[in-house]
Design a protein around this ligand. Structure first.
Ligand code: NAD
Ligand code: MG
Length: 406
């Protein structure tokens, strides 16, 4: 049993924060920054959430003196309760509890859950007029217009945490977006950028889970190898900044040091460079509009010597063309794309389908759902989104079954 912890003093000057997905890669980086900034002395932590790693969730809750710790998995609640017994920290479990935690007023909320599961808590937080630091790109891809209009209605702010989008946001500071000609987001090319194309069918889950430059959660790492991550980010760029699809470009940049570039109508190209460390983008969103000192390494460009760029090969990365299709269809196509991608990724991780079959599953689901329904014209309501998400996952599982072993 942990020692009892005094409840935080009601300091009027401490910002109230919550961290959704605190036990993940983004969550841990956020916790690290908060602790370095003084932890409970500087921040009043309302809620921290995780899934099955309750031992770590409890440690984080204790270190930050959170008021409530929530696990997404009800089966993990007894273990979480045990780990926090005597601390005075409340515990809860399940999807409804996550939304309830997001409903508790906080000034700054990290949306660091992976997948569509991050959408409902993020939406709830926006309804309080909070600042949502959005790492959960899946929400914007599935429901960009709904999130942006909810933020506008409630005076909330969404700050991008994806490194490319934080970079674009920083390059746009003080600029007129009407003067922007194009936006270029970079991609490392992932684990298989140098593999012969015909070898991709033999790629294992372990090989796909190892990123050349970034240390991230397993799902986004595999999505980097397939470039589904970049496909989501192209759509995210459109939803967040409102640029047209033809203004958004992708460049392969193996060094992952230039995160994005913004081109203006006078020909200027503003690039954002930095070490591949998410604590920069998280710290920028945490301290915005100020810049605080951050513990990220400084680039020694003379030692780095050169930076390289290449156009992405559509045959190697079919996900990028699928993203263009989604942006053309609009409506619920983003929700379908994201759900089919999540289900295809599950099937690859379960070793049911081969690596290149993920794109084929998503292509088939998009083709079927855009043929059968008014996908592009459907309103983006919570009910419609959840229904499209369910249907796309079911179709993707069916497509994966028929492609298994292929
Ligand atoms: P991760 O797998 O390391 O962590 C995910 C977190 O979400 C964990 O706390 C986990 O417990 C929780 N979680 C998982 N399933 C859940 C569910 N069904 N309901 C509630 N909580 C659940 O993932 P990550 O790499 O930290 O990525 C988090 C988000 O940030 C993703 O949307 C990802 O695309 C985005 N992102 C990550 C990075 C990075 O460097 N890791 C960079 C840019 C964007
Ligand atoms: Mg990114």
């Amino acid at each position: 049993m942990a020692d009892p912890i005094p409840l935080p003093l009601a300091g009027a000057d401490r910002r109230r924060i919550s961290i959704f997905g605190a036990t993940g890669s983004i969550g841990e980086s956020t916790v690290d920054l908060i602790l370095r900034a003084g932890g409970p002395a500087a921040y009043d932590t309302v809620a921290v959430t995780g899934a099955r790693n309750v031992a770590r969730l409890a440690e984080i809750a204790i270190a930050l003196r959170a008021r409530i710790a929530v696990t997404a998995d009800p089966a993990c609640l007894p273990a979480l309760r045990d780990a926090l017994a005597g601390t005075g920290i409340e515990t809860a479990a399940g999807e409804a509890a996550l939304i309830e935690a997001a409903d508790r007023p906080a000034d700054w909320i990290m949306s660091g859950i992976v997948g569509f599961a991050g959408f409902a808590p993020g939406l709830a937080a926006l309804r309080h007029g909070s600042t949502l630091a959005l790492a959960n790109k899946e929400s914007l891809v599935a429901a960009g217009p709904l999130l942006m209009s909810t933020a506008a209605t409630h005076g909330a702010r969404i700050l991008p945490v994806d490194s490319e989008h934080s970079a674009v946001f920083q390059a746009l500071a003080g600029e007129d977006t009407a003067a922007v000609e194009r936006v270029i987001i970079t991609a490392s090319g992932g684990a298989f950028r140098d593999w012969p194309l015909e070898k991709l069918a033999t790629a294992t889950v372990e090989q796909a889970s190892s990123h050349p430059n970034w240390a991230m959660g397993q799902r986004i790492t595999i999505d980097s190898a397939s470039m589904f991550n970049k496909a989501l980010e192209v759509i995210e760029t459109r939803e967040y900044f409102g640029f047209t699809p033809s203004q958004i470009e992708v460049l392969v940049h193996p060094e992952s040091l230039v995160h994005a570039l913004v081109g203006f109508r006078d020909g200027a190209l503003m690039a954002h460079l930095g070490a591949p460390d998410m604590r920069h983008a998280i710290g920028y969103a945490l301290n915005w509009p100020e810049r605080a000192a951050l513990p990220v390494s400084r680039l020694d460009l003379a030692a780095i010597g050169r930076l390289s760029f290449a156009a992405p090969d559509p045959a190697r990365y079919p996900a990028l063309d699928l993203a263009r299709e989604v942006m053309e269809i609009r409506g619920l196509a983003g929700a379908v794309f994201n759900a089919a991608k999540e289900a295809a990724l599950d099937a690859f991780i379960d070793r049911q389908i081969r690596f290149p079959a993920m794109a084929e599953v998503v292509r088939q689901v998009l083709a079927r759902m855009s043929a059968n329904s008014g996908l592009g014209n459907a309103a983006i309501s919570l009910d419609n989104l959840c229904e499209a998400d369910r249907e796309a996952r079911a179709l993707a599982r069916e497509a994966a079954r028929s492609l298994s072993g292929a």
